[in-house]
Design a protein around this ligand. Structure first.
Ligand code: G3P
Length: 217
């Protein structure tokens, strides 16, 4: 499973790059607003830090402007993925950009039939929002399972990018359900390392090691 970081904070990405575990980055207008950065500058810096896909979201509501924004974002760097909303206009632009060879991440997906339309529009990634579905009394993971089945039924190559992940359990369940990627806020990524028995076990090993009086180097 590919792991993307869901943030527009370049400093947070810099801290995570040395883990060697980060395959890409996703951003959205809310994350850009929170960072206080200009989108173009932030995306340039992210693309230089990580060679993998960096999703940058276009925001216009009409076809011509959304397409122009997508083309503008795609020119920033070869690893930019244009993020587009799951709307009729968004999917039209998705088809145009995908036909031009630009990878597209279709976002704000909350149903399996929306995901079917995105795949038919040539999306490289579909972003079902697990956490927001759970917040609204639905089962976000059921959506991941449904999309996996539909894409496999028809051989769609669109990658399922589990988004709006809030916990390590979301990541486990998305991986079990066959999601191709998950995008995680830095805190959720860091939580993946954690297990209380790892901490307790390491503590006991270190206490015993000190009693040997040895040093390895
Ligand atoms: O970037 C899309 C998605 O991951 C947003 O997550 O936590 O705002 O629902 P959240």
């Amino acid at each position: 499973m590919k792991i993307f970081i869901d943030t527009a904070e370049v400093e947070q990405i810099k801290l995570l790059v040395p883990t060697g575990l980060i395959d890409g980055v996703t951003t959205n207008p809310s994350l850009i607003a929170k960072s206080g950065r200009k989108i173009g500058e932030a995306i340039v810096e992210m693309c230089a830090l990580i060679p993998g896909p960096i999703s940058a979201e276009a925001v216009a509501s009409d076809y011509d402007t959304l397409l122009a924004e997508g083309r503008f974002l795609a020119k920033i760097a070869p690893n930019v993925v244009v993020k587009l909303p799951l709307t009729p206009v968004g999917l039209r632009v998705c088809k145009t950009l995908s036909d031009e060879g630009t990878p597209v991440n279709v976002t704000l997906c909350f149903s399996a039939v929306q995901a079917l339309l995105a795949a038919k529009s040539g999306a490289t990634y579909i972003s079902p929002f697990i956490g927001r579905l759970d917040d609204n009394g639905s089962d976000g993971m059921e959506l991941i399972r449904d999309i996996r089945l539909i894409y496999d039924n028809y051989g769609f190559e669109t990658q399922i990018l589990a988004a709006s992940a809030r916990t390590a359990l979301h990541v486990r369940d998305a991986a079990l359900a066959g999601a191709d990627c998950a995008t995680l806020p830095p805190a959720v990524f860091n939580a993946l390392y954690k297990h209380v028995l790892t901490d307790l076990g390491l503590d006991a090993f270190m206490k015993d090691w000190i009693t040997t009086g040895q040093s390895i180097l």
